[in-house]
Every structure is written in C-alpha cells, then in structure tokens.
Design a binder for this molecule. Structure first.
Ligand code: DI6
Ligand code: FE
Length: 403
C-alpha cells in the first residue's frame, strides 16, 4: 500500500455508510483516505495508521457516503411538454397523445430544431441541479433525434456535458425510442437503418456506452428489439431496455435473454419475467417519477423482485414527457412512498445498484480501490435521504475528477 503520509486527503471523524454489507455498511467512527482519485483506505478511525500526516480534514461527525448515481435520464432535449401535462390532467392518456402525433414526437421536433449549443445550454442546468444534490454520475440517453445526425448531435452534447463538469456522464443510444414520422408504417426499415448505419458509427466513435430501446405497443416490438440487441452485441455494446411500462410486452424476459445490464420501468412485468431477470443478473431500474406523473396505479412486482434477488435501482427518468423531475433525492422519496422500497433500498438503488445498472464496478460503494466520488451529509441517519425532499442536507461533494 502507498505509505500514509503520501495520501492526498484523509477524512476523519466521519460516520460512514459504505453501502457494502448489511445496514448501509455503517462504520460508526470512521476515516477514509484518498490517493490519486481513489479510495486508498477506509475503516474505523481507531485503526487509522499513526503516520496519517497527509492533509487531514475532520468531517465533524457528518455522514460520508458514495456520491449518488442517476442511472436513467433523458435530460438532453429541446422544448418542454407542459401543455401535454395539462391535457393529461384533463383526462387525455399518454398513449392518446402519442398516437395523435404529440408525446415523444413533439420533443423530437423541438430537439431536431435545436442546435447542439442550444441543447447543451438547456441541459447544463439539469446536470448542475443533480450535482447540487450529491449526484456524481449521470446516464443520459439520446432518443429525441431519430435521424442519424440528430441522434449523434444528442450523444455529442451529452459527452460535452461530461467534459465540462466534474460529473461522469454515461451515454446511451436510444434511437429506438419511437418510430420517426419519415418511417411511419416502416418500423422495420428504421430498425435496419439503426443496425446498418447508426450503430456501427456510434460503436466506431465510442459515442455511446450502451444501447437502449422502448419495447411497447406505441414503440417497438420484441422482435424488432431483438434484432437491434443482436447487432449491439456484435458491436460489443451492452444493452438496456424500457420494458413493460404501459403493458406486459415480455420486456423483462427479453432484456434477460440478451443479458441486458438493466430493464427499466417494469410496472407490468410478469413473475416469469422477474425470474428471467434474476437468472440473467439484470438490474431492475424503477422510475417512480414516471409512475407519479402518468398517474399509474399498476405497481412494479417489487415482492417478486425481492424474493428472486433481482437488484433494484432507482432513477429520475428526467424527461419532458413522463418525468419532469430533475431530482434523484425526490425519486428516492417517491420510490419509498409509492413502491414501499425501504430507505436503504432507495439509497442502495441510487448508489451501488445504480452503478451496476450502468456496468460500472468502480463506484457506488466506499471500498479500497473505488473512485473517490463522495458525498458528505448533515443528517443523523442515512434513512433521511429517502425522506426529506428539497431540504439542504448535502454538506459537500468530493468527486475524483476534481481532486
Ligand atoms: N419511457 C419514458 O418514460 C420516456 N421514454 C420512454 O420510453 C418518456 C419519453 C417522453 O415521453 O418524452
Ligand atoms: Fe426513460
């Protein structure tokens, strides 16, 4: 090990939630040492080597945890859909609006019309809002362009956000979000365009870290998704799936069949779908903001997920249509309130399991060798993180990229 006097920073007098092990992995009187942007040591302060003469900072009994991870967002987009929110309050359904040419398509028009600079300027405050509540890693999906150029534009804006901020941005190609107007009635041809032209370009340029699709009656069928996922696998790109959000389309099982990192939404997933996910190791990403905004009543099969040992993550789904929510803390509270996840499940779901949903094994817990992406909180217990909304408990964020 690196000698202690050479540490970059040693944090002492902390209550630590490592998120590895039971009961938040708590270390009551803890200390943590950082070297080269990584955790070099974490444990009980009494065991801290004597020669810890590096820059040492007392956290005064505050809680130290992994920085939060938002593993499912669509936060790069043009315009907004407050008008449709109003229509839905008056009784129109999400599917009705989509079939009438609104919904995702209305954001597609606004996103196509926006320049990369305009999209960047609109998205930056959203990244900053998440960062301001302790988020250190954000996944951002494309899917509001639906042409080769505009999907590439979205991915490059997302990459740019990662370069300009200390937050890690993971990008996901969601070109199969809905059938673009140019391909109405020819969804198979659109899938071919993605498979033959867009995916190879994205893979060659390393523009996306994963591929996602929307498997739903108003979007793509299981066989269309299967074609896309086979091609993604050939190109070495991991996959994720918007599955069973509005109906049971067998999405959970489909994701499992392709060893997806995650299947997301899952309100209508069957017990068989959950079992398939458990066998494949796919993470269930729950999106309580979309559930709330759409006024859904069908709960995801949480008990089956727990029984079968499917890891559960929680994310914002930040998007202008179904989840105009740019707060992971709010999503954690909603997951507790609506889905009855325990506060510990909510917290693990926004750290350790969220990392797993992104295929990242270097963050989400506090352990030797992990990235030093940390959050410091003025709370008396970590259960408060899935309880308060909009209150200022975050004391400090320390991200490896700022060290
Ligand atoms: N499910 C969602 O919740 C978002 N996309 C998806 O496939 C909604 C996207 C939108 O309505 O703009
Ligand atoms: Fe989504």
């Amino acid at each position: 090990m690196v000698p202690f006097f050479a540490m970059d920073l040693v944090l002492t007098d902390a209550r630590i939630a490592t998120l590895s092990g039971d009961d938040y992995g708590v270390i009551a009187d803890g200390a943590l040492a950082i070297k080269d942007g990584k955790i070099a040591w974490v444990g009980a302060q009494a065991d801290l080597p004597d020669e810890a003469a590096s820059t040492t900072r007392s956290l005064g009994g505050r809680w130290l945890t992994p920085a939060l991870i938002d593993c499912h967002t669509h936060l790069v987009f043009g315009g907004n859909r407050a008008d449709e929110f109003e229509q839905r309050l008056r009784g129109a359904s999400y599917e009705d609006i989509a079939r009438a040419g609104g919904g995702i398509m209305s954001t597609v028009s606004a996103t196509r019309a926006a320049s990369a600079d305009e999209l960047y300027a609109a998205a930056l405050p959203r990244v900053e809002a998440l960062a301001a509540e302790g988020v250190g890693t954000i996944e951002i999906k494309s899917g509001y362009g639906l042409t080769i150029d505009s999907e590439l534009k979205m991915l490059s804006v997302a990459r740019q956000l990662g370069e300009a901020t200390p937050v890690t941005i993971r990008t996901t190609l969601l070109a199969a979000h809905t059938v673009p107007p140019e391909y109405q009635g020819r969804a198979d041809d659109y899938i071919d365009l993605i498979c033959d032209e867009l995916l190879p370009e994205v893979a060659a340029g390393r523009l996306a870290d994963a591929v996602d699709a929307y498997c739903e009656s108003i979007a793509f069928s299981a066989s269309q998704v299967a074609k896309l996922f086979s091609r993604s696998a050939e190109l070495g790109l991991p996959v994720k799936l918007h599955a069973d959000q509005l109906s049971d389309g067998g999405g959970g099982a489909l994701a499992a069949q392709f060893s997806a990192l995650s299947a997301d939404h899952l309100e209508y997933t069957s017990t068989a779908g959950v079992a398939a996910m458990a066998a494949s190791g796919a993470v269930a990403v729950l999106l309580p903001g979309a559930f709330l905004t759409l006024g859904e009543t069908q709960l995801p099969p949480i008990e089956a997920m727990r029984d079968q040992g499917v890891p559960i993550a929680v994310a914002t789904d930040c998007n202008p249509g179904t989840s105009p929510i740019c707060s992971l803390r709010t999503a954690m509270m909603l997951a507790a309130r609506q889905f009855k996840l325990t506060p510990e499940e909510c917290f693990a779901g926004a750290t350790r399991v969220a990392a797993q949903a992104l295929g990242l094994d270097d963050r989400g817990t506090l352990a030797t060798g992990q990235r030093a992406d940390l959050a410091v909180w003025d709370i008396s217990h970590p259960r408060e993180l899935a309880y308060w909304v909009g209150t200022p408990q975050l004391s400090e964020v320390i991200l490896a990229d700022t060290l």
